[in-house]
Ligand binder design. Structure first.
Ligand code: CMP
Length: 139
């Protein structure tokens, strides 16, 4: 199944550094339409559930700690080829390996504090969007 939507979070480091507006501007300029967006804070249970696929990884506890330490901005984005194009826009997980001009290259601190999330498949985009938004919050 190929859809034209992806899911993103601006992570706590982005909000702490005051980068929300600048990152949203890059997303907008790249041609993504915001179909849902909110500022919220994940509970420990939320983060453990969202990142359940990583729960055996050595960085899991640090990831949960990081993602719950302050507010995030969650959003569903629409564009043709949204998942792949958004992952190109944000760059590699590790900002040291991210291409010049990508969001992570510009705004991320490290592989763990990497500024933004982008879904890795259409299926996960759907699951992750539904995790954060009810039907009446999506436009
Ligand atoms: P993301 O790809 O959005 O979702 C999984 C997150 O786990 C990833 O961003 C990073 O924040 C974190 N992560 C992935 N790999 C590592 C790693 N090797 N060390 C620390 N954190 C990581």
């Amino acid at each position: 199944m190929v859809t034209n939507r992806t899911f993103t979070m601006l992570k706590p480091d982005s909000l702490e550094k005051g980068n929300t507006g600048a990152i949203l501007e890059k997303i907008n300029t790249a041609g993504f339409r915001l179909v849902a967006m909110k500022q919220t804070q994940l509970s420990k249970r939320d983060a453990e559930a969202f990142y359940a696929v990583h729960n055996e990884r050595p960085f899991f506890n640090d990831l949960v700690e990081y993602m719950t330490r302050g507010p995030i901005v969650a959003a569903i984005l629409e564009k043709d080829n949204a998942v792949e194009d958004f992952r190109t826009l944000i760059g590699a997980t590790n900002p040291e390996e991210a291409a010049e001009g990508t969001i992570r290259k510009i705004f991320a601190t490290s592989i763990s504090e990497n500024a933004v999330h982008g879904s890795d498949s259409d299926e996960n985009a759907q699951i992750e969007g539904a995790f954060h938004f009810s039907g009446r919050e999506i436009f």
